[in-house]
Design a protein around this ligand. Structure first.
Ligand code: IPM
Ligand code: MN
Length: 377
């Protein structure tokens, strides 16, 4: 069989990272058995694993590996107990994750939030509010805004006070490129779900922030190029409320960096568990492909790390997104997605999505959850 080989940098990181990464790699190996593709997967330390191995949350060798790879499959980094032991700028979140986002200009963060019908019980909303189902794509700007704007400092004032400054900056081109991603994603989603009318809800705080005014203006302009996609603007505070009241009204949510951080966690709760939400962080297109970093939306969950209790689905779905966006392997992506559906339909549940009242469901560990997905590929 003539097969293409893709090089993957697998950075498992800390906490549950290694055990969910192990399951995702098993799934990629199962994909190799079914499709004409090979993955050259090279693992490297990041986060506390990087500090312990090489004195640095993003060791030079790890960064070099990422540069030579076709995509980065990322686990999670940071350990709340150890983080305070090093200066803020050396902690895993800033020194590894934010640095990778910035280094590779991964400006587009896609977080698909889907509530599987079998997991309706795990959604915090009562059934009536779940509507016909929850299927939202959060498109978050990832390399600008408050996270990266300067000045950024804590100054000591003469009067015994301190003063903290963060700077919210967006330029036209930064808004345009993320808005394009959102409109294109809405078109793509409408193609794959018959009957879905593509819609972008653009989030801002235009009633108070100059950034919101510019955001709204630029997104409106970009929207004119996509007459088939409905565009609505919504204030961020109202959006937070609408997500709880009527999430089924949303298709694609377009957010600046900070609002996207907050609203994507809120939206993820609707999927029943953070353990169900993957993400893709993409840079500029290279032809019809993207270089990207793929990671679960959840964190390191140190309380359950190493206990075979973590839900590997977000990591496995992240690998599936990698196949879709970086390798253009749409069929392999769909095969993984369907296999997860089958594993769930068969009653396999990690602890976070287990409902003791459901007699057709059984609680399984991280490995067994991964095995049940592989068996269905
Ligand atoms: C996320 C995380 C990160 C962020 C942290 C870990 C820096 O919360 O990916 O949403 O705030 O972007
Ligand atoms: Mn977050």
């Amino acid at each position: 069989m003539n097969s293409k080989t893709f090089k993957v940098a697998a950075l498992a990181g800390d906490g549950i990272g290694p055990e969910v990464m192990r399951e995702a790699i098993k799934v990629l190996r199962a994909v190799e058995d079914k499709f004409p593709v090979r993955f050259n997967i090279i693992e490297a330390p990041v986060g506390w694993a990087g500090i312990d191995a090489a004195g640095n949350a993003l060791p030079d060798a790890t960064l070099a590996l990422c540069k030579q790879s076709d995509a980065i499959l990322f686990g999670s980094v940071g350990l709340p107990e150890r983080d305070p032991t090093v200066p803020r700028d050396q902690r895993p979140e800033r020194a590894a994750l934010l640095r990778l986002r910035r280094e590779f200009q991964l400006f587009a963060n896609l977080r698909p939030v889907v509530l599987w019908k079998e997991l309706a019980h795990a959604c915090p909303l009562v059934k009536e509010r779940q509507g016909a189902g929850i299927d939202i794509l959060v498109v978050r700007e990832l390399t600008a805004g408050l996270y990266f704007g300067t000045p950024k400092s804590i100054e000591t004032l003469g009067n015994g006070q301190k003063r903290a400054t963060d700077t919210l900056i967006y330029s036209t081109s930064e808004i345009e490129r993320i808005a394009n991603v959102a409109f294109l994603a809405a078109q793509e989603r409408a193609k794959s779900a018959a009957g879905r009318k593509p819609k972008v809800t653009s989030i801002d705080k235009a009633n108070v922030l100059e950034n919101g005014v510019l955001w709204r203006e630029v997104v409106s302009d970009v929207g004119k190029r996509y007459p088939d996609v409905a565009l609505e603007h919504m204030l961020v505070d109202n959006t937070a409320m609408q997500l709880m009241l009527k999430p089924s009204q949303f298709d694609v949510l377009l957010c600046e960096n900070m609002f996207g951080d907050i609203l994507s966690d809120e939206a993820a709760a609707l999927a029943g568990s953070l353990g169900m939400v993957p993400s893709a962080s993409l840079g500029a297109a290279r032809g019809d492909r993207f270089f990207g970093l793929y990671e679960p939306a959840g964190g390191t969950a140190p309380d359950i790390a190493g206990k075979d209790r973590a839900n590997p689905i977000a990591q496995i779905l992240s690998a599936a997104l990698m196949l879709q966006y970086s390798f253009k392997l749409g069929e392999a992506h769909d095969a993984i997605f369907k296999a997860i559906g089958k594993a769930i339909a068969d009653g396999n549940r990690s602890g976070d999505i287990f409902n003791p009242a459901d007699s057709s469901a059984k609680k399984v560990g991280t490995r067994a959850m991964g095995d049940s997905i592989i068996a269905a590929i």
